[in-house]
Design a binder for this molecule. Structure first.
Ligand code: G1P
Length: 294
């Protein structure tokens, strides 16, 4: 059997304006908002690395310098920490710069998710690649969510969309897949026959939403180049994936793990509380405090 190319590269679109988190995002990227003390982008990069990704391209805009600085070495800070006896903290800060090979390209105009992915065309070349959206944070005690999608790709050898079931009344917020048949609780992956971006609740073909994880085959770029502006006047990745569907089978991977919508204020607060409750240095105090306020 011919071998398939390995998924080694990932794209993280991070050029959004972050309007849901204004005024904080007036002067800082939303990807740098911390969950306790770690920027959200750190968790996304970590998931990619743990899934076997070697090179990461972050799609940025002119407001995102602090993200580039975060994945770089800060010599002065490290020096000062060492001088004040905080060697462990200095090492921790240093480590971040060696997490991954991170590259950047700017999306010059905010023309949507599909347009952002198109900015990755020359970086990706002719290989399958992963996409991770920064608003979707997934905590998995077993395999990272992206690793689960890569396994599905290795099995199906085609575009894979990472999905989870959402509440029926919330389908209008997401890309929703149409399964080819009834999805059984035991199906880890299932074939899809259609994919619609943000349908009306009454029109949604299922409750399975694409939640920020994709494995795409490189023919997506040619489709994106032909994609006309769709919902919100933006070039939608969903529309380009629908074009792919006319030429090849597409699969959904029902990934496991707790997913937080950290692009939403309540989702962000939930993630902060859950992460704090899992930390040895905070868990007791936070639990005690919560008991008092409710
Ligand atoms: C994007 C995608 C949508 C997907 C969602 C997941 O929408 O277009 O298909 O379901 O991310 O978070 P956005 O939330 O950027 O509007």
């Amino acid at each position: 059997m011919p071998s398939i190319p390995r998924v080694k590269k990932a794209v993280i679109p991070a050029a959004g304006l972050g309007t849901r988190f204004l005024p904080a995002t007036k002067s800082m990227p939303k990807e740098m908002l911390p969950i306790v003390d770690t920027p959200t982008i750190h968790f996304i990069v970590e998931e990619a690395i743990k899934s076997g990704i070697e090179d990461i391209l972050i799609i940025t805009n002119s407001n995102k310098h602090s993200m580039e600085n975060y994945f770089d070495i800060n010599f002065e800070l490290e020096q000062r920490l060492k001088e004040s006896g905080k060697k462990e903290l200095a090492d921790e800060v240093h480590q971040i710069a060696s997490l991954a090979n991170v590259f950047y390209v700017r999306q010059k105009e905010p023309k949507g998710l599909g347009h952002a992915i198109l900015c990755a065309k020359s970086f990706i070349g002719d290989e399958p690649f992963a996409v991770l959206l920064g608003d979707d944070l997934v905590v998995s005690e077993t395999k990272p969510a992206l690793r689960q999608l890569i396994s599905a790709y290795e099995d199906k050898k085609t575009t894979i969309l990472g999905v989870q079931k959402v509440k029926h009344e919330e389908v209008y917020k997401y890309g929703i897949v149409d399964p080819s048949k009834e999805v059984l609780p035991t199906d880890a992956n299932f074939k899809i026959v259609d994919f619609v971006e943000k349908p009306k609740v009454e029109d949604a073909p299922s409750d399975y939403a694409v939640l920020g994880r994709y494995i795409l085959t490189p023919d997506i770029f040619e489709k994106l180049e032909r994609t006309k502006p769709g919902i919100n006047g933006e070039i939608q990745l969903t529309d380009a994936i629908r074009m792919q569907m006319k030429e090849r089978s597409l699969y959904a991977c029902k990934f496991t793990g707790e997913r937080y919508d950290i692009g939403d204020k309540f989702g962000y607060i939930k993630a902060t509380i859950d992460f704090a409750l899992k930390r040895a240095d905070l868990s007791y105090k936070v639990r005690d405090y919560l008991k008092h306020v409710i």
